[in-house]
Design a protein around this ligand. Structure first.
Ligand code: SAH
Length: 228
């Protein structure tokens, strides 16, 4: 997967994505990053990328001609996304869908956002990290790409842990325990050390269902509907 990123802060990448699983996969060429500095496409003496909003109000808006020049230079094919609080909210389904893309391009906004005409002219989809306002699209994009990269077939070593995880089957994950078996007087649930695989599976499913029911009634409703 090739990822093109248009940003005013190219030094923020790879950021979190340079570490651990994603970082190793990047070093191994299992995905690649093309980070483009939007400011390189500014044409005036001051390299301006933003200007005051028509109609007044606080803040600045990213200039259309600069963004258009950057997009013309970078965007060739594949999905084109603008990171935006008014976009569709990213989730595990989105992450799974993105694993099949060969090339994706992302535009990170700053200030009050970008001139609306850029969204009219280019085939953008808008994607949000959730109902909060960030100061820029970069941290949201790192979260999204982290979720996608770990699912890439070339990256995910243990396929089983992928289907067992929270959201994969519509449920939150069951609780996990590791050694020591007794820690500060607390024992791990007996069934997990029984060696009885069917019982372990049943216990985990019951725990996952209980957690989902109490913590995420919205997910629980969906799970029940799809089960019946
Ligand atoms: N004035 C805008 C917010 C601009 S925040 C509004 O009220 O809707 C500046 C930039 O941060 C945006 O252009 C966008 O690229 C990014 N951003 C902010 N919140 C985000 C979110 N929830 N998801 C994705 N990107 C976000």
């Amino acid at each position: 997967m090739k990822v093109n990123i248009l940003t005013l802060y190219p030094d923020m990448f790879p950021g979190c994505l340079g570490y651990s699983l994603a970082g190793k996969a990047l070093a191994d060429g299992k995905w690649s990053l093309n980070v483009v500095d939007i400011r390189d496409f500014a044409t005036d003496h001051y390299k301006s990328v933003d200007d005051t909003p028509f109609g007044g109000g606080a803040g600045m808006v990213m200039k259309p001609e600069v963004l258009d020049a950057a997009l013309t230079a970078v965007y060739k094919r594949g999905p084109l996304y603008y990171l935006s609080p008014r976009g569709t909210v990213f989730n595990q389904k989105t992450a799974e869908a993105w694993t099949t893309e060969e090339e994706m391009t992302f535009l990170c906004g700053r200030f009050e956002g970008i001139d609306e005409r850029i969204l009219e002219k280019w085939p953008f989809q808008e994607i949000s990290i959730g109902d909060c306002i960030l100061s820029g699209g970069e941290p949201a994009l790192q979260v999204m790409l982290d979720a996608v990269i770990r699912l890439l077939p070339a990256v995910m070593g243990n396929r089983e842990s992928m289907t067992e995880e929270s959201f994969a089957n519509g449920l939150l994950e069951y609780p996990q325990y590791t050694k020591p078996q007794v820690w500060q007087g607390r024992s791990v649930p007996e069934v997990l050390v029984s060696g009885h695989h069917a019982n372990i599976r049943a216990w985990r499913l019951a725990q996952a269902e209980e957690l989902t029911k109490t913590r995420r009634p919205d997910l629980w409703e969906k799970y029940l509907a799809q089960k019946n």
